[in-house]
Write a protein that binds this ligand. Sequence first.
Ligand code: HPA
Length: 238
Amino acid sequence: MSLSIPTPHINAKAGDFAKTVLMPGDPLRAKYIAETYLDDLKQVNSVRNVLGFTGNYKGTPVSVMASGMGMPSISIYSYELFEGYGVENIIRVGTAGGLNKDLNIGDVVVGMGACTNSAIIKESGFKGFAPIADYELLNTLCEIAKKRGVKFSVGNLFSTDIFYGDPNFAEKWSSVGVLAVEMEAAALYLNAAKLGKKALAICTVSDNLVTGEASTAEQRQTSFNEMMILALETAKKL
Ligand code: HPA
């Protein structure tokens, strides 16, 4: 590991993180996941209120820490987890805007790849690199989803730097089969590839940019819980 700890943005000690870290965007979501699903809980990060926790899920150590919003943020945290704390697997558990008219609110989208308008690929020296998920994580999660009877779609995400952007965005990218837009996957996949680690982004659809459907808070919570179980059951198998 090339980064000494504590890192600039994580004040945990050596060994505080499990080998698999689940990353929602929101720190309070990280707290909710930890308190709802993990036993023997320990808070391991508090820098900038980016809350991080480690506990046991059915006997398997798992950590959960927020990524913040956007590629610069997840890029910092995933780098420090991989390089400072020896984390092997990061599973982003987020929300995304549906770009396919058949995606309903609450559906689970698994990001096999992530297109991006971010300069993060080119400025890292890898112009043209295609960010992809780790196949083992992807396959493990999909098998679990099938067994549990959870509806899911696997395909391309679009990781954008611009939340309030071009009104023609949805039509354009859905025309080449991109399933959903979010703001983190491409940078996470790039870091994992650069560092020889594993990453996967799964998202529940919080709104559909093509149909205009939007979610209620209750829908968001229910589908989020389903996605969390998929991520945690995946972590248990790694
Ligand atoms: N754009 C970007 N990220 C998102 C969106 C969106 O419309 N919905 C949920 N995450």
